[in-house]
Design a protein around this ligand. Structure first.
Ligand SMILES: *[C@@H]1O[C@H](CO)[C@@H](O)[C@H](O)[C@H]1NC(C)=O
Length: 205
């Protein structure tokens, strides 16, 4: 008499697992050479549209933490970053998946601050800038502002978005990462206009 109930509960238990393993085989993000991005490798984040600034880098605006900004000069490739997907077993960087973004090789006077995080809305403008203000930590509501995703732009290239799914209780805002120009600096932050990018692997030195 007990057997059918056990069988049903086994089926119910297995369905979510099969869904989970499907997400593990999601589409990888590719670099400009057609190679999938891999966790821990260094990549330059470069603008798709030329003639309007260079790569993404850390920007010192007078105090810690660094801001994340686009270099003003088109020949400046910026500073490479490393991507760490929420699932540490991923061998490539999946599209549309929560990940941490960390500046590569950033030796900084700001102690333990090299992971990107979305700042709180600025008092007057309500704008939300990205800073390099965090460290790698486990997903959860307290680290919600450190989880970004790479998405395809409708035209086939990539954009960065802030829309974490790692958190169970909080429901953060979702939005594209774009350029917020201020006083001649091209800060990155939440914007209606996505910053269209491609990724170039840092060659080993
Ligand atoms: C950068 O610093 C200047 C001068 O302190 C300040 O006016 C400006 O708001 C800062 N920019 C950001 C994005 O915080």
């Amino acid at each position: 008499m007990k057997l059918p109930i056990l069988t049903i509960s086994l089926i119910v238990t297995f369905i979510p697992f099969s869904l989970l393993s499907n997400t593990a085989t999601s589409t990888p993000v590719y670099d400009i050479d057609g190679e999938p991005l891999t966790p821990g490798s260094g990549y330059y984040i470069l603008p798709l549209i030329r003639g309007n600034g260079g790569g993404v880098k850390n920007y010192w605006n007078g105090s810690c933490p660094y801001f994340v900004a686009q270099a003003n000069s088109e020949v400046d490739r910026g500073r490479p970053v490393q991507f760490y997907p929420v699932n540490p077993d991923e061998e490539t960087i999946p599209l549309s998946t929560d990940l941490n973004i960390e500046f590569y090789d950033l030796i900084t006077v700001c102690i333990q601050q090299y992971v990107w995080q979305l700042g709180d809305p600025v008092a007057d403008s309500g704008l939300r800038y990205i800073t390099a203000g965090g460290v790698l930590e486990n997903p959860g509501d307290e680290t919600v502002n450190r989880w970004f995703k790479i998405e395809t732009h409708p035209d086939g290239d990539y954009k960065l978005v802030y829309c974490p799914t790692v958190c169970e209780t909080s429901r953060p805002v979702c939005g594209d990462i774009g350029v917020l120009s201020q006083g001649g600096t091209r800060f990155l932050g939440l914007s209606d206009k996505p910053f269209r990018v491609f990724f170039a692997r840092k060659l080993d030195d």
